[in-house]
Write a protein that binds this ligand. Structure first.
Ligand SMILES: Nc1ncnc2c1ncn2[C@@H]1O[C@H](COP(=O)(O)OP(=O)(O)O)[C@@H](O)[C@H]1O
Ligand SMILES: [Mg+2]
Length: 322
């Protein structure tokens, strides 16, 4: 299926494409309770919750919360050649610093650009003062392990770790996409930074259509690899992990970002209570009919289902339909 031209809202609605107002009013407002937001709006809280719940996450090396702790940054970083520094309340890839290795006293970014300890301190100071965070509020800087991505993604992602976004509605995985970093996206797999989004079939984990900056693409823009060859390994495990985030957060309309570590397998990177709508473009199909299908389930049906059953239901209903 091809979506109609983006310029016609009426045509999009007929094709079942969920718009921003419907998403906010019809789904987020109805299914996401305010008091549950803190579980996902702060990555440190999410990480701790996930650990309690037995959902694997990238290892936390440390947290910098106060300005004076910035002086001890060198000690915190010393044991790790590779790491990621990120704002606890950031979004869309802002303020995420990926360090791939060292060269003497320098820290190397994915692009091989060298940063000094002073550069890193400045970055962390900026992070604490809220430069990258929601509403510019003061924030914490998390230092965590760098994900070592699976060989299966070689050539599909340029200098960055790809992630899989799964939209989970009332505990049912309804749509998935893989986000592949590009030269433009600087080691991050966020679409707004220029990553490629590839729709992923719920049954097989295989890519269907792909987009960059909302335009269809067939090959990775930097590596030239054909995106149709992309298959996500450990897909069953990954989709189940995303689904279990519903029990963990009780958030009805949820976006789960999952990465695949070569050794540890699928790990939860972060959760989002207001996931973006571009996943529909990447999949060339609308969310609305799928969400309605889930809404039709009786309360009893719904209560009976375990995470495994809900995955099976979604695959049956929504899988294999590019
Ligand atoms: N621990 C990590 N290892 C490698 N890459 C990471 C790591 N954390 C984040 N990234 C990269 O940054 C992107 C955005 O990270 P995420 O934690 O989802 O924050 P945001 O809220 O800004 O989207 C990821 O898709 C990934 O490409
Ligand atoms: Mg993210």
């Amino acid at each position: 299926m091809r979506l109609p031209k983006l310029s016609s809202p009426a045509a999009l609605r007929r094709a079942g494409v969920l718009g921003m107002n419907q998403r906010n009013g019809g789904f987020i407002a109805q299914y996401n309770r305010r008091e549950h937001y803190p579980r996902v709006d702060d990555k440190l809280t999410t990480k701790r919750l996930a650990e309690e719940f037995g959902i694997p996450v990238p290892q936390l090396y440390g947290v910098v919360e106060r300005q004076h702790e910035v002086n001890r940054l060198a000690e915190l970083l010393a044991p790790h050649d590779q790491l990621v520094i990120k704002p606890s309340q950031g979004s869309a890839g802002k303020g995420i610093l990926v360090i791939m290795g060292r060269d003497g006293d320098s820290y190397l970014k994915p692009s091989k650009e060298a940063l000094s300890l002073t550069d890193i301190r400045r970055h962390v100071n900026n992070t604490l003062s809220g430069l990258y965070s929601l509403g510019g509020r003061n924030d914490k800087a998390m230092v965590e392990a760098l994900i070592q991505f699976s060989d299966a993604f070689e050539g599909f992602s340029y200098q960055g770790v790809p992630d899989v976004r799964v939209v989970v509605f009332r505990g049912y995985p309804v749509m998935a996409m893989m986000r592949l970093s590009t030269e433009a996206s600087d080691g991050k797999a966020n679409l707004h930074q220029g990553a490629v989004g590839a729709g992923i079939d719920l049954i097989t984990g295989r890519a269907s259509a792909a987009v960059q900056f909302d335009r269809p693409v067939e090959h990775h823009p930097d590596t030239g690899r054909a995106l149709a060859e992309l298959v996500v390994p450990q897909w069953d495990e990954l989709i189940l992990l995303a689904t279990r985030c519903y029990e963990m957060t009780e958030i009805g309309y949820l976006g789960a970002d999952i990465v695949l570590d070569r050794e540890r397998g699928p790990l939860l990177l972060e959760l989002n209570a207001r996931p973006g709508l571009a996943i529909q473009i990447a999949n060339q199909t609308g969310l609305q009919p799928r969400l309605e299908r889930i809404e039709q389930l009786s309360r009893r049906d719904h209560m009976m289902m375990q995470a495994e059953d809900r995955v099976a239901f979604s695959r049956r209903e929504f899988g294999g339909k590019p």
